[in-house]
Design a protein around this ligand. Structure first.
Ligand code: ADP
Ligand code: MG
Length: 251
């Protein structure tokens, strides 16, 4: 059997004695799409911070392609093939959609400068492809700052895909999106899974349902339950800690 792409083993994180993550375990295989849900304060963002090297755990290990990521600097972890989308889009508002994408795919210069024209054509093709994935072809020359909130989120997802990471971490991509944009975002992430391995964090139930993928419920820094959305929804403990809350509390 293939080894997992990402293995989180018994991770605990302490903020001055408070355990934001408590013995957390999670395994992702190549091509997986996984949703992680949980109420506010459950440790979802901290969990991503541990994977990307922003926060150091006091216990446990994070294995990526069978090698530990612990103790490595954030940029090194990113270079190993882990891309992260933050909650608010990090795009260049004054550059066009096309220019943003060009920056995301630009690779370090190679000695093959003779091939530069060829590379340019290849890059233009890639930019077209990325725009088509997120349905932004008609916006290629529009400044990113004038896109809708949903389109900005998609542009950033396309920029991440352009970096071709082995693992995409996506933190609350549908916060502030319309219902229609939310559905489109779910469909987009589903279409990227398989070719990519994707971990999505959110607490929008409709969105998670539409993702139609295995779900891990996080509670007090620990995985309370894993299963399909329909299994999760029936679990009395999950209902008590999470689904029973009002929308307001969840936000
Ligand atoms: P979520 O993303 O699920 O809402 P977080 O991972 O942001 O949860 O936070 C988990 C818990 O850890 C919360 O109780 C939060 O207050 C606490 N926490 C997060 N970051 C810090 C920090 N830098 N210092 C102290 N406490 C923190
Ligand atoms: Mg969070």
């Amino acid at each position: 059997m293939n080894s997992p792409l990402l293995e989180i083993k018994q991770i605990s994180v302490s903020f001055e004695g408070f355990l934001a993550l408590n013995d957390l375990n999670l395994v992702l295989n190549k091509g997986d799409l996984r949703a992680v849900i949980g109420p506010n304060g459950a440790g979802k963002t901290t969990f991503l911070d541990v994977i990307t090297g922003k926060v150091a755990p006091i216990k446990g290990d994070v294995l990526f392609k069978e090698k530990s990521l612990l103790g490595q600097k954030e940029y090194r972890i990113a270079r190993k093939g882990i891309g992260r989308k933050f909650q608010s889009p990090r795009i260049f508002e004054n550059l066009s959609v096309q220019e943003n994408l060009a920056l995301s795919i630009s690779k370090p210069k190679t000695p093959f400068s003779l091939l530069i024209n060829h590379l340019k054509v290849k890059q233009l093709d890639e930019i077209q492809h990325l725009m088509s994935i997120v349905n932004l072809q008609s916006k290629s020359n529009i400044k990113a700052g004038s896109l809708s909130h949903g389109q900005k989120q998609w542009l950033e997802i396309a920029m991440l895909v352009g970096q071709d990471p082995d693992l995409l971490l996506v933190d609350e991509p549908v916060a502030g999106l319309t219902d229609e944009e939310t559905d489109l975002t779910a469909d987009l992430l589903k279409s990227l899974a398989g070719d990519h391995t994707i971990l999505v964090i959110d607490h929008d139930m409709e969105f998670i349902r539409r993702l139609d993928c295995p779900v891990s419920v996080l509670h007090q820094g620990h995985v309370l339950k894993e299963g399909s959305m329909s299994e999760i929804e029936k679990d009395p403990l999950v209902i008590e800690i999470y689904l029973g809350q009002s929308e307001e509390e969840i936000q």
